[in-house]
Design a binder for this molecule. Structure first.
Ligand SMILES: Nc1nc2c(c(=O)[nH]1)N(C=O)[C@@H](CNc1ccc(C(=O)N[C@@H](CCC(=O)O)C(=O)O)cc1)CN2
Ligand SMILES: Nc1ncnc2c1ncn2[C@@H]1O[C@H](COP(=O)(O)OP(=O)(O)OP(=O)(O)O)[C@@H](O)[C@H]1O
Length: 197
């Protein structure tokens, strides 16, 4: 596991490099293990509206989780970049796509789901720690989007990650919105159950 002290910029560079080194086969294996962890965690049990993302830059892919959701009639949503924040648009196998300014596909729509109508948001991340710390791509999009959400309010924020993205303890900034849980191929961390010191 990578040991800080490393500043956010260096950590981001190191961790993005590590996940991009994973082979296609390792990515497929990770995606399949991730689905198993998601089912094992039981977080999907009573979910009706779930936001996830399209994997980019070596991120762990939640595509098998989407396929599971479609079989179960769980509605799936993707982030759409709007100015400095994110909106969440419904998608399924019939969706039409356009690329955003980062080259990531987004549904072509003007209809968005209210944030508090989402049950869970599976968040992409560059780095995480066992305390719910999250390092993203550096745009602050997720942090700004969920800045006013209290811990009790929907949606539940769950980070998805490769195990190689874990660090001992991330340097945290005041605006960072903590993860409430983390799923990786080998771990299912419920932050409320981990010891905070
Ligand atoms: N899969 C996925 N979708 C996502 C995010 C994400 O982290 N992952 N986002 C999470 O916020 C939002 C988009 N934020 C992003 C911020 C930076 C880059 C990125 O690749 N930056 C490049 C420079 C790209 C450019 O400016 O042309 C880089 O840093 O190398 C990508 C997405 C919404 N959708
Ligand atoms: N709630 C907020 N209000 C205003 N500015 C914010 C807020 N959250 C983050 N920012 C700004 O966004 C910038 C990027 O933040 P940070 O490095 O934490 O992004 P990130 O979590 O890595 O990215 P992302 O959430 O998009 O995956 C910071 O410079 C910060 O000033």
């Amino acid at each position: 596991m990578i040991q800080p002290p490393l500043d956010r910029h260096s950590l981001r560079k190191t961790l993005r490099h590590a996940r991009r080194l994973l082979t296609e086969q390792e990515q497929q294996q990770a995606a399949s293990q991730l689905l198993k962890q998601a089912l094992h965690s039981e977080w999907l049990n009573n979910v009706e509206h779930l936001a996830l993302y399209l994997a980019n830059d070596g991120e762990i892919s939640p595509h098998l989780i989407s396929e599971y959701c479609w079989q179960r009639n769980i509605k799936t949503y993707l982030p759409v970049v709007k100015g400095e924040t994110l909106r969440f648009a419904h998608y399924d196998q019939t969706t039409q796509w356009q690329k955003n300014r980062f080259g990531i596909a987004e549904p072509v729509t003007e209809i968005y789901q209210a944030q508090d109508a989402l049950d869970i948001v599976f968040m992409p991340l560059v780095g995480f720690d066992q305390y719910g710390g999250r390092l993203g791509m550096g745009g602050g999009f997720y942090d700004k989007s969920f800045a006013s959400k209290s811990i009790e309010q929907k949606p539940l924020l769950i980070g998805l990650a490769h195990d190689c993205q874990q660090v001992e303890r991330l340097p945290i900034e005041p605006w960072d919105v903590p993860l409430q849980a983390i799923l990786s191929p080998n771990q299912c961390i419920d932050i409320n159950l981990t010891i905070k010191d």
